[in-house]
Design a binder for this molecule. Structure first.
Ligand SMILES: Cc1cc2nc3c(=O)[nH]c(=O)nc-3n(C[C@H](O)[C@H](O)[C@H](O)COP(=O)(O)OP(=O)(O)OC[C@H]3O[C@@H](n4cnc5c(N)ncnc54)[C@H](O)[C@@H]3O)c2cc1C
Length: 504
């Protein structure tokens, strides 16, 4: 099955006026299409088996149910061309996780360029499908390298949610947008002095943060038990999204450009190689398992934890040095339906989470798979309720290569850790809850450099190539800012955020 892209050479005036008409009629600047969102599909990752080598990449096993009749690689509104698997696009994006999809959206809404998105499987097959959805600021630190990007991205998510609301849709239903408020909780006097300093810094940065003593916390979260010395940094305005709902919405926006011939999806088509010009070595095309996608302007590698191997193939034989040590960092989430033992009023995270998230993993800096050792899991308590009221408990971090099998011992440890904060859980048996539980596993793309920051950059020495990968546990919250940054880099616009910390 193949699709044409016949408009990459669309005259600018025509393309611009088509876009303008579309924006004026049914789409606002945030891409909100004034039609009620219906679910395209939902996708639960189960025992995915993507290998580290992009060439032998096997799509993850996805349970998929589509409300519409079209198959996963069908770009809505595009004509089919029989006998041709060669197409040309202005921008080709490798990876349809939250990063790739938001980048596609940014180009579609902000320019008249044509965009193709390619995935070895389908959206939500990677880390995005497992993401908890925190768009929180309480655990971020003003003044650090990622702060500016985090704030910009947060602002853009808020603008999207507001825009959804202004168009008469419900941000909760559409994006899973929920103002839960966020709490970073500590048990000891030392924890609390760190949390108080954090609150001071957040307030200095202009954010509405406050420190809650143990007694104040009791009022907010009666089931939480932190002991005599406990307390929390609290941001009442913090929000979360539902990653899967947000993906469905963003895809719907992107697909609305299909009718203009500006958007196509190539799902279940792993990128296998890149075709480079013999004269100057620049990228000419992206080769997938089924198609050749010629590129006019940019190729963006947004393949999550697989980006390292994709990049390796891209720069092979090119005399280019680009260190992209992005490794998979496995995480489990435990989701409980109809859980009635207590009510959670806010989103919670234990203070130690911050250290777990940014810890430099010496074992992961090795290029060799032998560097990945088992039994190194760290568990830190996170808890929230999702769009449908289910209790979501997390989370684990492990370096076990590309293995995504459910590990019951890790699930048990998440449950025990949660019980240390919510003693009422100790009266429940996880076994008995097995019929009403869901477990999600995902591979966070971890960039093994101090601070674990993402790489968002043009590939030095290789024209048209860009990377947006390595967001670890922050890919959902940083997605909108990342998309804007890549877009501005490609179009050589002034950047809203200093890109320097994110260069390779
Ligand atoms: C348990 C857990 C909880 C989390 N909670 C949060 C949270 O609360 N807030 C937050 O901000 N972040 C959270 N994250 C992190 C967040 O989910 C990730 O940072 C984010 O999803 C990364 O998105 P991505 O698009 O870079 O990668 P992915 O979603 O992994 O997408 C990469 C895509 O590339 C595709 N691909 C791979 N190789 C190829 C190839 N050769 N050709 C074509 N396509 C290819 C894959 O199929 C995949 O679809 C969490 C993650 C986990 C695991």
């Amino acid at each position: 099955m193949s699709f044409t892209h016949s408009h990459s050479s669309l005259p600018l005036t025509t393309a611009a006026s088509v876009l303008k008409t579309a924006l004026n009629s049914d789409r606002d600047p945030n891409g909100v299409v004034q039609a009620r969102l219906c679910a395209y599909y939902s996708c639960t990752v189960k025992n995915a088996t993507i290998s580290s080598n992009s060439k032998s990449l096997t799509p993850p096993t996805c349970v998929q149910a589509r409300a519409s009749g079209s198959g996963p690689s069908l770009a809505v509104g595009l004509d089919r061309v029989s006998g041709s698997n060669t197409h040309t696009f202005d921008v080709v994006i490798v990876g349809a996780g939250i990063i790739g999809l938001t980048i596609a959206r940014q180009f579609l809404l902000g320019s008249n360029l044509s965009v193709a998105i390619v995935d070895a499987a389908v959206p939500c097959a990677g880390a995005t499908g497992a993401g908890q959805g925190y768009i929180w600021r309480v655990h971020k630190s003003p003044g650090t390298e990622k702060w500016e990007l985090a704030m910009r991205s947060h602002h853009l998510w808020e603008a999207m949610a507001e825009s959804v609301q202004n168009q008469g849709m419900d941000p909760l239903q559409t994006l899973g947008w929920k103002k839960t408020g966020s709490m970073l909780v500590g048990r000891t006097a030392d924890d609390c002095s760190v949390l108080k300093k954090k609150v001071e810094k957040l307030v200095e940065a202009g954010l509405g943060a406050q420190f809650l003593s143990r007694d104040e916390l009791r009022v907010e979260e009666p089931a939480l038990e932190l002991g005599e010395e406990g307390g929390a940094a609290f941001m009442p305005d913090d929000c979360q999204i539902d990653a899967q709902r947000a993906v469905v919405f963003i895809e719907k926006v992107n697909r609305s450009f299909g009718a203009e011939g500006r958007y196509a999806e190539f799902y279940h088509e792993p990128v296998t190689s890149f075709l480079r010009s013999e004269s100057n070595g620049g990228i000419e095309a992206v080769q997938t398992s089924k198609s050749t996608l010629h590129v006019n302007k940019a190729v963006i590698i947004a393949a999550g934890c697989w980006s390292g191997s994709v990049m390796h193939d891209l720069i092979r034989d090119a005399q280019i040095k680009l260190d992209l040590p992005v490794k998979p960092r496995k995480g489990h989430l435990l989701i409980l339906e109809n859980f009635k033992s207590f009510n959670l009023n806010h989103g919670l995270m234990e203070a130690a989470y911050v250290n777990h998230e940014s810890a430099v993993l010496s074992s992961a800096t090795s290029d060799s798979e032998a560097g990945f050792v088992a039994n190194n899991a760290s568990i830190s308590m996170t808890a929230t309720t999702d769009t449908t009221g289910r209790l979501v408990l997390g989370s684990s971090r492990e370096i076990v290569g590309f293995n995504t099998e459910i590990d019951e011992s890790i699930v048990g440890r998440i449950w025990e850790r949660a019980g240390e904060f919510f003693p009422v859980l100790k009266k429940e048996s996880l076994q008995e809850l097995s019929k009403t539980r869901e477990i999600r596993v995902g591979l966070r793309p971890y960039n093994c450099v101090p601070g674990g920051k993402p790489v968002i950059t043009p590939v030095p020495g290789l024209s048209k190539a860009f990377v947006a990968a390595g967001h670890e546990g922050e890919g959902l919250s940083l997605a909108m800012g990342t998309a804007e940054m890549i877009y501005d880099m490609v179009l050589e616009n002034p950047l809203k955020v200093n890109p320097e910390p994110f260069s390779a």
